[in-house]
Design a protein around this ligand. Structure first.
Ligand SMILES: Cc1cc2nc3c(=O)[nH]c(=O)nc-3n(C[C@H](O)[C@H](O)[C@H](O)COP(=O)(O)O)c2cc1C
Length: 206
C-alpha cells in the first residue's frame, strides 16, 4: 500500500476546475490502485496558518531547547511534514493567481520547507533531506496561456522549492486558456484529463 497525498488549493468549490481535475485523478487512482491510501487536505477551504515569530524561533532552535510554547508553534508543521514525507505520490491542484500560486499554497510550503526537517544548511550550501523517491504531479488551472512565458511564476518556483528539499520528479499539467471561451476551455480540460490518465497508467510501469 502506498500513501498518496492530494491537496486542493482553490478557494472555489463546485465551480473550481482544478478541483474537478484532481478529483478525476483521485477517482482514477483509486480504481487503478485500490489498495493505496489517499490522504486529502483542502487548503482552499481550510488553509494552514501562516508562519509567525514563534514558528521561526522554534524552527531555528534545537529540539531539546524548545519551550512548551515553541513546541506548540511548530506542531502543525510537524504534522504536515510527516504527512508529506509518508506520501509516495503527491497531487496538487493549484490555480494560477496573479501569475503565481495562491497564498494558501505558499502558506503550506512555508510550513513544510523547514531547516533540519526537509533541508539542511551545510558548508557546501543547502542540502535536501527528502531522500525517499517521491513523485509530484502539479495540476494548474489558468485563465490564459503561459507556455515558456516569463510570467509563469508557478512552474519555475515549484521546481526550485521542491528541488531545495530534494525532490526533482515533478510533472506539470497546465490546463490553460480556461477564460478564453467555451471551446478553448473544453479542449484544455479534455487534454488535461488525457494526461492525468497517462500519468496514472505510466506509474504501473515504474
Ligand atoms: C484572484 C485571481 C487571480 C488570477 N490570476 C490569474 C493569472 O495571473 N493568470 C491567469 O491565467 N489566470 C488567472 N486567474 C484565473 C484562474 O487561474 C482560473 O480562473 C482558474 O480556473 C482558477 O482555478 P479554479 O477553477 O480551480 O478555481 C486568476 C483568478 C483569480 C480569481
Amino acid at each position: 500500500m502506498k500513501h498518496i497525498l492530494h491537496l486542493d488549493s482553490s478557494p472555489r468549490g463546485d465551480r473550481s476546475l482544478s478541483r474537478a481535475l484532481t478529483a478525476e485523478f483521485n477517482r482514477t487512482w483509486q480504481q487503478t490502485y485500490p489498495e493505496d491510501k489517499i490522504i486529502y487536505r483542502d487548503l482552499g477551504h481550510n488553509p494552514v496558518p501562516f508562519i509567525d515569530e514563534p514558528w521561526i524561533a522554534a524552527a531555528f532552535s534545537p529540539a531539546e531547547q524548545l519551550t512548551p510554547e515553541l513546541k506548540t508553534a511548530i506542531e502543525i508543521s510537524n504534522e504536515l511534514i510527516d504527512e508529506f514525507l509518508a506520501a509516495k505520490v503527491c497531487v496538487f491542484g493549484i490555480p494560477m493567481y496573479n501569475y503565481t500560486i495562491p497564498a494558501n499554497f505558499k502558506a503550506y510550503i512555508d510550513q513544510i520547507v523547514r531547516v533540519g526537517r526537509t533541508f539542511a544548511v551545510t558548508s557546501n550550501g543547502y542540502e535536501g533531506l527528502v531522500k525517499d523517491k517521491k513523485k509530484i504531479l502539479v495540476i494548474t488551472t489558468r485563465g490564459g496561456s503561459y507556455a515558456n512565458h516569463p510570467l509563469d511564476f508557478q512552474e519555475p518556483y515549484l521546481q526550485a522549492i521542491f528541488e531545495l528539499i530534494g525532490i526533482t520528479d515533478l510533472t506539470f499539467i497546465h490546463a490553460e486558456n480556461l477564460a478564453m471561451g467555451q471551446e478553448a476551455r473544453q479542449q484544455s480540460l479534455a487534454d488535461a484529463r488525457k494526461v492525468i490518465q497517462q500519468f496514472i497508467s505510466a506509474f504501473a510501469a515504474c
